[in-house]
Design a protein around this ligand. Structure first.
Ligand code: CIZ
Length: 299
């Protein structure tokens, strides 16, 4: 039996589901029950009847699933798969920032560790960040941790954002020069980029989308080709779901090493040995969940 068949068999035995982020390796995506962004997958985890969730993504994503589905066992095939952007803001640093801006509520991107979410007033995703910022009842808002998402939102609202200096090391690898080169090579292509990209890249794009938006748009667009400015893993899903359309990475260098830590063999081992369980301490989980619930009340 090959790894894939063994995974499918064990999945049944354990009453497990496999969730894969859009940036995972193709073979991991292909074995998943659901593909999506971190928040969408966490919602799937909470709605499912499964006892076990194998979360193929990075740590903050599995934590979000554990927060929303506290009665289920959430496993990460590679527990070392972290997120450098999430690690750029800590509780201590956030508290210092909040002390400098008393009265300003904190809106925190989903790409943060659970303890940081617990100290935040509202969570947001890249898809709903603008809506959340607009709906929060304040003119001055602390926005952490991604400065490029923050600047993108700041350009679309009259509110004053106090933006943390974090960034995604993978998205900043995509340069304006890459976009110009790819546009020249594929003149009919529409350019979709993620809001974690730098402003000069965003400036050259046709659309700024979360990964969910990037997966929806090509199905609705008449364009035959797309230049995709995000982590390259998403190209597998895009090509699979849109036969006949072509997808080009804005940069081949946009590879998240953490997303690629999860392999099929590790997914198998995870199900076999029920490891590595991700748990969020109850008190942190309850407060982090509040920031997520407040987000859902606003959007
Ligand atoms: O929240 C996510 O899953 C990330 C990292 C990006 C997105 O836009 O979906």
């Amino acid at each position: 039996m090959d790894a894939r068949d063994e995974i499918l068999k064990l999945k049944e035995e354990r009453n497990a589901i496999i969730l894969s982020h859009n940036y995972q390796l193709p073979e991991v995506q292909d074995v998943a029950d659901f593909l999506g962004d971190s928040f969408g997958l966490s919602k799937k985890a909470s709605e499912s009847d499964a006892d076990v969730i194998v979360f193929c993504g990075v740590k903050f994503m599995a934590e979000t699933a554990a927060i929303l589905a506290p009665k289920k066992t959430v496993l990460m095939p590679d527990i070392q798969a972290g997120c450098p952007l999430a690690n750029m803001i800590t509780v201590e640093k956030l508290k210092q920032l909040q002390a400098q801006h008393p009265g300003a509520p904190t809106v925190t991107y989903v790409n943060t560790n659970a303890d940081v979410k617990a100290e935040s007033d509202y969570c947001c995703t890249s898809a709903n960040a603008l809506k959340v910022v607009e709906a929060v009842d304040a003119d001055e808002i602390i926005f952490v941790p991604d400065k490029y998402l923050g600047h993108y939102i700041a350009g679309k609202t009259d509110k004053k954002l106090i933006i943390w200096n974090g960034y995604c090391p993978t998205h900043v690898k995509i340069t304006a020069e890459d976009i110009r080169r790819q546009k020249k090579a594929h003149p009919k292509a529409e350019v979709m980029v993620h809001p974690e990209c730098t402003p000069d890249v965003i400036e050259l794009s046709d659309y700024v989308f979360s990964t969910g938006g990037m997966c929806r748009h090509p199905k609705e667009s008449k364009a035959p080709d797309f230049i995709v400015g995000t982590e390259v893993g998403i190209l597998h899903r895009l090509a699979k779901e849109n036969p006949g359309k072509k997808f080009y990475p804005a940069s081949e260098l946009a590879v998240c090493p953490n997303m690629k830590k999860t392999t099929l063999d590790k997914v198998l081992l995870s199900l076999k040995e029920m490891k590595h369980e991700v748990r969020v301490p109850k008190e942190i989980s309850a407060r982090a969940k509040k920031s997520i619930e407040r987000m859902l009340e606003l959007v």
